[in-house]
Each structure stands twice: as structure tokens, then as C-alpha cells.
Design a protein around this ligand. Structure first.
Ligand code: URA
Length: 227
């Protein structure tokens, strides 16, 4: 059971470890947590990539190929993700890729709220270890975890600040495989990702105020859209 006290003890123990060693320890802990939903029916797909990545991609949950290979985004949607990364000259190995729910739901159904809730504390710790400059969410489930009021058709390709994290919602590549319009929108947003990253890194230098409607939203939800 992850209590605040346990988390404080864990962060003390892991504070002298490299990021990779901390990730390995977290993965081991998840593998041993038999009470996690889906633990008895699917493999753990923890995530992979550069522990020092500036960009963290977060999808929904593994599918068949991801479950089999224990790696995120290695099926058709993953091939599209790789292609989009190549188009902006970002090698897959330079970023970090994971999912909000780290086991495959049966028949690839949508993750359930209780599954997202159970896996969320581990995602939170993974983010604390990685300390990315920007988090690009893939699809509405991971987007709505950080931005509960966001709508993917309206808010994709916009930069938000949630607590200390910069978020950049993107369509899920699987959705782009089903619609050429979605693919073009995902591609357009993807091509603006390097610019969004620079903006997140230089956030102190942003001159223009957020649009009015986002300011209102910021007051309501403590979310800031920066473009
Ligand atoms: N879809 C996801 O959301 N994640 C994966 O890892 C693969 C497909």
C-alpha cells in the first residue's frame, strides 16, 4: 500500500540512485504488486526510453503487441509514432514512452477509471524520476488524467501548465490510423512539438498573456494554456 509516509521513505532511499536505477526499482515494485488491476491477466509494460529525456509521451494502455513484447507502442500505432518522431528528427531512443495504465485491458477495451486510479501513483513517481520538460499525452485518457476538463478536439496541440508540468495533448496515433483528417491534425501538432518544447523550456520568457477564455479556465481549474 502506497501511503504518504511510504513514499517519503522510498524517495529517501532512492535519492542517491541514478534515474535508471530508480526506474528499475519502481518497475520491480510494480511487478511484485499482485493487487494491481490486470496483474493476473497481462504483462507489465513499464515504459522505455532515455531516462534523461526532455519529452515524455504517455499513452493509454498497452495492446496485444505491447503485452507480448513488454514494450510500449510497438504495434501499428507505435509504428506511426516512430514515423512522426522521425519526421521531426527525434530518435525514439531520445524520448521516453509509457502509458497511464501499464497492463493490457482484455480485448483492448478502454481503461476503466479504477484501473487509471490504481496505476496513477506509479505514473506520478515515474514522472518525478524522469523530470521531463514537457509531457505529450497521446489520446484522451492520459490527457484527461492531467486536464480533466480538456476536450481533445479543442485542446490538442496547445501547451498547458498543470502544477509544475507542461502538457501538450495530442491525438492518439491509433485514432489517426482510422481517419486521414485526424492523421493530418496529429501530424501538424507533432511538427509543432519542438516549438512547444522550446517554449516550455523558456517559459519564463513568455511575453503574451494567455487568451481570455484560458485565463478564466485557469482561475477555475489552475490550468494555463500557453498557446
Ligand atoms: N496504445 C497505447 O495507448 N499504448 C501502447 O503502448 C500501444 C497502443
Amino acid at each position: 500500500m502506497l501511503t504518504t509516509k511510504n513514499c517519503a521513505i522510498l524517495s529517501y532511499i532512492t535519492s542517491g540512485m541514478t534515474k535508471q536505477a530508480q526506474l528499475d526499482a519502481l518497475q520491480k515494485e510494480m511487478e511484485e504488486a499482485a493487487i494491481l488491476p490486470l496483474a493476473s491477466v497481462a504483462n507489465l509494460v513499464f515504459g522505455e526510453g532515455n531516462p534523461d529525456a526532455e519529452v515524455l509521451f504517455i499513452g493509454e494502455a498497452p495492446g496485444f503487441h505491447e503485452d507480448t513484447q513488454r514494450r510500449p507502442f510497438v504495434g501499428l500505432a507505435g509504428k506511426l509514432l516512430d514515423k512522426l518522431l522521425a519526421e521531426i528528427s527525434w530518435p525514439r531512443e531520445s524520448v521516453y514512452i509509457t502509458n497511464i495504465v501499464k497492463r493490457r485491458p482484455p480485448e483492448n477495451r478502454d481503461p476503466l477509471p479504477k484501473e487509471i486510479e490504481a496505476y496513477a501513483p506509479y505514473l506520478k513517481r515515474q514522472i518525478e524520476i524522469l523530470q521531463p520538460k514537457i509531457i505529450a499525452t497521446l489520446g484522451r485518457f492520459s490527457m484527461n488524467y492531467f486536464l480533466p476538463d480538456a476536450k481533445i478536439s479543442r485542446d490538442r496541440g496547445r501547451l498547458f501548465k498543470v502544477n509544475s508540468h507542461f502538457m501538450y495533448p495530442l491525438y492518439h496515433p491509433a485514432a489517426a490510423l482510422r481517419s486521414t483528417t485526424t492523421l493530418e491534425e496529429l501530424r501538424k501538432d507533432f511538427h509543432r512539438l519542438p516549438q512547444a518544447l522550446e517554449r516550455a523550456k523558456n517559459s519564463g520568457a513568455i511575453k503574451e498573456p494567455p487568451p481570455i477564455e484560458q485565463k478564466q479556465k485557469e482561475n477555475q481549474n489552475k490550468q494555463t494554456s500557453l498557446f
